[in-house]
Design a protein around this ligand. Structure first.
Ligand code: AMP
Length: 436
């Protein structure tokens, strides 16, 4: 199967050749003919399967073929996405594939100035990619109208529901013409999502390219059962043992900041990405990571969807997500489009119940591997743990962890980074077990 046989326009075929795509992915093979035929679609696809192109290519084809133009403030294709990062990424893909088509496109999302977005909408947009909140804002200001939308895409629909966007989505749906094509993409389909799908899709073609709630087969999963009190040391050890670009997930924003400060105190440059950061800081961190100038990105689950980094070799779960589905999404950041990837999880006592939930969801046990001195002591009674923990934090803050840590000794650091000369804050917290 090749892209020519899917019946796409030559401009698109040239863009695909320029992007180095030779063969359509399974979701593209299945979805593109249905979308070209004008059918509604309900697609279950795991992350990194090429689903953006699966909807963007046929919709760009249809837009061009119709010969129409978007009227001022009007929109022809609306793509709803859960996060600003995904909006920016989908826009980049649409513009890459549509390079020769002379169609207008823009993204609308919060956290940045409205002005350029209002200006872009004023001219009319063939493709608008939007997060629900900012889109509703601009609709209320009459800066954009959805009355001429012909095609609607709900991307990462499960994530949108998780983020509480259902009421906003319903309000947006109320402003769309009934006569339209609707495509829904989601990695997982909970019953609530099926209800939404039933209300908005008309006899949809169903595409399911992967077993539900599965992760890419090219990802190797590794679980290290670690002592909570030594989690950060374990992370540092892993990052030093094999320096490579790594996305580290933390359950909380505060926890992500702490990990960054900790790594920084050992001379490992990293950046944090989470919802408390300004949009500019988020963009800078993500762009730096994509460009490879930032080697380690520490993120909350805001980064677990949508982010596409070429050949990201490893993801480390500093702690496990409470929602098992988020593990699937986090892991989807590596091993994308057939490349191999590594997913390491540091599982402390607190994480163990989450691990069980994840294994139940995946219907497979994840491989446990010992991690030397950082292992969770098997037979330590909870009382003994309690006694040990204060002892750790009673040690002098700065010297405590560093003296004994292999990474603190310049001779053992693969990156040649020695112990930083002055730092005060991070070590005061680092000995606390499970501090987030
Ligand atoms: P997505 O699942 O849409 O985020 O896409 C995952 C990655 O696969 C992106 O980097 C795309 O550029 C890439 N990709 C999508 N379709 C193909 C294809 N047919 N051949 C090679 N790479 C692709």
């Amino acid at each position: 199967m090749n892209f020519e046989s899917l019946g796409l326009r030559p401009e698109l075929l040239r863009a695909l050749a320029a992007a180095g795509y030779t063969t359509p992915t399974p979701i593209q093979v299945k979805a593109i003919p249905d979308v070209l035929a004008g059918r509604d679609l309900m697609a279950s696809a795991q992350t990194g399967t090429g689903k953006t192109a699966a909807f963007a290519l046929p919709l760009l084809h249809l837009l061009k073929a119709s010969g129409e133009k978007a009227a001022p403030k009007n929109v022809r294709v609306l793509v709803l996405v859960p996060t600003r990062e995904l909006a920016a990424q989908v826009l980049a893909s649409v513009q890459r594939y549509g390079d020769e088509l002379r169609l207008s496109s823009a993204a609308i999302y919060g956290g940045v100035s409205e002005r350029p977005q209002i200006a872009a909408a004023a001219k009319g947009l063939d493709v608008l990619i939007a997060t629900p909140g900012r889109l509703l804002d601009l609709m209320q200001q009459h800066a954009v109208s959805l009355s001429a939308v012909r095609h609607l895409v709900l991307d990462e629909a499960d994530r949108m529901l998780d983020m509480g966007f259902l009421p906003s989505i319903k309000r947006i749906l109320g402003k769309l013409p009934r006569q339209r094509q609707t495509l829904m993409f989601s990695a997982t389909f909970a019953p609530e999502l099926r209800d939404l799908a039933a209300s908005m899709l008309h006899q949809p073609a169903q595409v399911d390219v992967s077993p539900r709630n599965s992760t890419a087969v090219t990802v190797e999963h590794r679980v290290h059962l670690v002592d909570d009190a030594r989690k950060r040391d374990a992370l540092l050890h892993l990052l030093h043992a094999e320096p490579r670009q790594t996305l580290v997930f933390s359950r909380t924003k505060h926890g992500a900041d702490k990990v960054v400060r900790f790594l920084d105190s050992y001379g490992l440059r990293s950046a944090a990405l989470h919802g408390n950061k300004s949009q500019n800081a988020r963009t800078r961190a993500l762009d730096g990571f994509k460009a490879g100038t930032i080697q380690i990105l520490v993120a909350t689950d805001i980064a677990s969807r949508g982010i596409d980094i070429k050949e990201l070799p490893a993801v480390i779960n500093f702690d496990l997500p409470n929602v098992p589905e988020d593990y699937v999404h986090r892991i989807g950041r590596t091993g994308r489009a057939g490349a191999s990837g590594l997913a390491i999880s540091l599982v402390g006592r607190e994480d163990q119940s989450h691990l069980k939930g994840i294994e139940r969801l995946l219907k497979q046990p994840l491989k446990r591997e010992p991690l030397g001195e950082y292992c969770l002591p098997e037979r330590i009674a909870p009382e003994a743990q309690k006694v040990r923990q204060p002892q750790r934090s009673q040690r002098p803050p700065r010297e405590a962890g560093r003296q004994g840590h292999p990474a603190a000794r310049p001779s053992q650091s693969p990156r040649g980074q020695g112990r930083p000369q002055q730092r005060s804050g991070p070590r005061q917290n680092s000995g606390r077990p499970g501090a987030r």
